[in-house]
Write a new protein. Structure first.
Length: 220
């Protein structure tokens, strides 16, 4: 049985979903993706405010010309507080380029299309042969922004000593996630920052030879 490592390079330009008359029915604050398993991509997005929002069609394309609807996600109507959404795409294939977008509908039938999220998925087969895949890879945490918990995921090519801490934007350590010898393969750790205030934080992951930094956003 083959295992697969998904490496997702996500390029995103966050913009508001806007009608031609400049009214903003939905203020989109993030739209991102990460992998859950061998054939699943988790798509997440969040809004700051919503006006007359009936819901979204999540659409996918492989060429930016022909789009298919993956599913409909109901909106929150009128809202002045942050709302978070997610959808799992379970129909991805090897070595494909995917493009995702949101088509937002108002209750009156008007529709608005978000900017396209471009995702290149490179899938490398990993059989039980040492050295076939020998690069450390840190995935995007999910969800992000989060409140109060999020999941850190990374691929460890060998069993090795790792140290993972969380720092605030001033460089003060606010939490230690783990310091231990961690096994080869994909590792996942869920942690929370429920004692911290909203803001930007940094995950610092140290291996024997490298340091990896990842920005995370706590949004209460």
């Amino acid at each position: 049985m083959k295992k697969f490592l998904f490496i997702i390079l996500l390029f995103i330009n966050l913009v508001s979903l806007a009608q031609s008359n400049s009214i903003l029915p939905v203020q989109l604050v993030y739209f991102n993706a990460t992998t859950l398993s061998n054939n699943q991509v988790l798509l997440q997005w969040g809004t700051a405010t919503e006006t007359n929002n009936y819901g979204y069609n999540l659409e996918r394309s492989e060429n930016q010309s022909n789009w298919e609807i993956l599913g409909f996600i109901p909106g929150n109507g009128n809202s002045f507080s942050p709302k978070n959404y997610e959808f799992i795409d379970s129909t991805i294939t090897h070595g494909s380029d995917y493009y995702y977008r949101l088509r937002q509908f108002d209750f009156d039938g008007s529709e608005n299309i978000s900017e396209i999220v471009s995702i290149t998925i490179i899938i490398e087969a990993v059989e039980n042969h040492p050295g076939e895949l020998n690069n450390f890879y840190l995935y995007n945490n999910y969800p992000n922004p989060f409140n109060p918990a999020t999941t850190l995921q990374f691929f460890n090519p060998i069993a090795q000593h790792l140290k993972i801490d969380v720092y605030d934007i001033q460089g003060e350590k606010v939490k230690q996630i783990i310091e231990d010898i961690l096994p080869k393969g994909i590792n996942k750790y869920e942690f929370d920052l429920n004692q911290q205030t909203s803001g930007v934080y940094l995950i610092k992951l140290e291996t024997k030879s490298n340091i990896y930094i990842q920005k995370i956003i706590l949004l209460k």
